[in-house]
Unconditional design. Structure first.
Length: 278
């Protein structure tokens, strides 16, 4: 007899980054409701403590995932509090809309440090704990990499996805599974807030203006973790979506090529803080 989703989650020890708000907080609460034991990492102590309180006074720590030593110390702390780890969810990330030629290099550097190196630090630190036949790592990536309005985001989240693919091969002999979650536009703070914290509404009528609720993402991630799935999509894929995506990509490339040719014709202008069990 097959096990139910809830039976697959009871007692699982799960570490979640980016757990102060949005998808991370929602996932932590959902998994706690299913009987899992969660450990939380994030940047906002007050919100982390609130989430931890709703998760049965779960252990938490403030941690900037760009800081390797802070991540290692935090993962060790939470693994000790939980008595080990079965799952790590590399969810923390930023979505700074930016261009390349006219973009801000600091935005690019920041996004790489968070989305790529932060994911690397998280997976590296948690790897020894999930290196067993019930172990599972979930990397939250993006399905919006073809959008010119998410160029930096797509490139950095794509890098995080490749880290997940590499970890899958590395951990396979141990029985550990690795999943990649490709999320579309989910209605979170990260969707709507620019790098400097200013709200940036997407262009009217664009695909980015059509968002899905956090519940859609949490439902998909919950099922993925319970089944230790290789691929997770939210919203779920619809037959033909990949073909539509390729057409969109080609159209985007053509538009960008025209814009760049026009631009080329113009002369250039001369660490760990705070911890608790809530």
């Amino acid at each position: 007899m097959s096990r139910t989703l809830e039976e697959n989650l009871v007692g699982r020890r799960v570490l979640i980054t980016g757990a102060a708000r949005g998808i991370g907080a929602g996932l932590a609460r959902r998994l706690h409701e299913r009987g899992a034991r969660v450990g939380l990492l994030g940047l906002e102590p007050e919100l982390l403590e609130q989430t931890a309180t709703t998760c049965g006074r779960a252990p938490w720590r403030r941690c900037d995932i760009r800081d390797r030593r802070a991540v290692e110390d935090s993962v060790d702390y939470l693994a000790d509090r939980l008595g080990g780890l079965d799952v790590v969810v590399a969810n923390a990330g930023v979505t700074p809309p930016a261009r390349i030629v006219e973009g801000d290099p600091d935005v690019m550097r920041y996004a790489i440090e968070v989305n790529v190196m932060g994911t690397y630090h998280t997976l590296r630190a948690a790897g020894p704990y999930i290196g067993h036949r019930n172990g599972y790592a979930l990397v939250v990536a993006s399905s919006t990499t073809f959008s010119p309005l998410r160029g930096v985001h797509g490139a950095t989240r794509g890098g995080a996805e490749e880290l997940g693919e590499a970890l899958r091969e590395e951990m396979k002999p141990l029985g550990t599974r690795v999943g990649i979650a490709r999320l579309g536009e989910i209605d979170t703070d990260r969707t709507l807030i620019d790098f400097d914290g200013v709200a940036v509404p997407p262009p009217r009528g664009s695909a980015l203006a059509r968002t899905s609720s956090i519940t859609v993402a949490v439902d998909a991630l919950e099922r993925g973790i319970a089944g230790r799935k290789n691929r997770i999509y939210a919203p779920s894929r619809v037959p033909g979506t990949d073909s539509v995506r390729m057409l969109a990509l080609r159209a985007t490339e053509m538009t960008r090529s025209i814009e760049l040719r026009a631009h080329a014709a113009v002369p250039a202008r001369g660490r760990v803080e705070g911890e608790g069990a809530a």
